[in-house]
Design a protein around this ligand. Structure first.
Ligand code: NAD
Ligand code: TYD
Length: 352
């Protein structure tokens, strides 16, 4: 790997992944971050990386649906590896307006694959690693797990668009022989997550004494993965993964939403010297999300057995670190919510 193109590097997981890449010793690859800078992007997340690694880190504002721009960027930096995060990622938004999900997640992935295929046919091989979600497998009952061999049963416009993109990636391997790998992971948590997702939303609402909206009966289950552990898993796949293969990545850490929110109340209360009970009183059961998947749980034995990957932290430790991060970075939270980053984008890049 000499030149790694990361798509969506200004989003939650992409930011963590770019930062992770620059924590590695003895590596000389360059990293090109291609991001359209949607509402979910925070370009300031990587300002220090830009300053410290100005010869190895490059940012290009582009839409992954724009074939010309993507082709130009791949050639300009002689890209040999693509790690594809860019997506519309929030289920609730996909219910309100699925159109951008179809464009970015399906057409965007297709456009990247076409750019890679064009070069492949001229003899240039580019490794394409695609990031997907366990939501493509559908919803589990009380028992069972998602395996790499589980059938696809996406139930929201978001998961349907991710499923379509996974199928395209596999088809480009089977049909054209492209050098692809796919990882399918469970819910991530950690620093830099946009506060529309459960964990940062609950933390910020607790800090502001606002209601904590829990959908339906709160007994839906998610399997939480620390974002840093997601990054180490992707790295193992890039280094040792078999081309054409799919790897599940999970936290092996199932929590009912309501239990998780109550636990967060206890953690946050300790940090801000409040009674946990006063935060728990903010919990409000609200109308359920349409088509709300009941349970996700990943079996990740394959990546553990074949690539030797392991999670590095237990949930209590990871969540404690995460709560601290949001409390320390309240200014970041205020900025992302105020749309100030959009102003920053306008000033620095000339357009929204
Ligand atoms: P995010 O919403 O925080 O960030 C997405 C990034 O993609 C943003 O920076 C955005 O500007 C960029 N982007 C969106 N449309 C684009 C386009 N057309 N062209 C270029 N850039 C564009 O998302 P995230 O939570 O970091 O998720 C990253 C990837 O991981 C996604 O593919 C998502 O489906 C997958 N995933 C996320 C989770 C999770 O818990 N967050 C779990 C499983 C899988
Ligand atoms: P979310 O963070 O949106 O991730 P996903 O839907 O991709 O799993 O939601 C995680 C869980 O929390 C999901 O079951 C929906 C629930 N939820 C709430 O109960 N209240 C909220 O305000 C949000 C955003 C999510």
């Amino acid at each position: 790997m000499n030149s790694i193109l990361v798509t969506g590097g200004c989003g939650f997981i992409g930011t963590n992944f770019v930062r992770f890449l620059f924590e590695k010793d003895g590596e000389n690859f360059i990293v090109v971050n291609v991001d359209k800078l949607t509402y979910a992007a925070n370009p300031e997340n990587l300002v220090d990386i830009q300053e410290r690694y100005s010869k190895r880190y490059f940012f290009e504002r582009a839409d992954i649906c724009d074939f010309e721009s993507i082709s130009r960027i791949i050639d300009k930096y002689d890209v040999d590896t693509i790690v594809h995060f860019a997506a519309e990622s929030h289920v609730d938004r996909s219910i309100l307006g699925p159109s951008d999900f179809v464009k970015t997640n399906i057409v965007g992935t297709f456009t990247l694959l076409e750019a890679v295929r064009e070069r492949f046919e001229k003899g240039k091989i580019i490794r394409f690693h695609h990031i997907s979600t366990d939501e493509v497998y559908g919803s589990l009952g009380k028992e069972g797990y998602f395996y790499e061999s589980s059938p696809y049963q996406p139930r929201s416009p978001y998961s349907a668009s991710k499923a379509a993109s996974d199928h395209l990636v596999r088809s480009y391997h089977n049909t054209y022989g492209l050098n692809v790998t796919i990882s399918i992971c469970s819910n991530n948590y950690g620093p830099y997550q946009f506060p529309e997702k459960l964990i940062p939303l609950m933390i910020v609402n607790m800090l502001e004494n606002k209601e904590l909206p829990v959908y339906g009966d709160g007994k839906h289950i998610r399997d939480w993965l620390f974002v840093y552990d997601h990054c180490t898993a992707i790295w193992e796949i890039l280094k040792k993964g078999k081309v054409g293969e799919t790897y599940n990545i999970g936290g092996e850490n199932e929590w009912e939403n309501i239990r998780l929110v109550e636990f967060l109340c206890e953690l946050v209360a300790k940090k801000i010297n409040k009674e946990a009970g006063s935060l728990k009183k903010l919990i409000k059961f609200v109308k359920d999300r349409p088509g709300h998947d009941r349970r996700y749980a990943i079996n990740c034995e394959k990546i553990k057995n074949e690539l030797g990957w392991r999670q590095s932290v237990d949930f209590e430790t990871g969540l404690d670190f995460t709560v601290d991060w949001y409390i320390r970075n309240i200014e970041w939270l205020n900025k992302v919510r105020s749309g100030e980053y959009l102003k920053w984008i306008e000033i620095n890049y000339g357009y929204r």
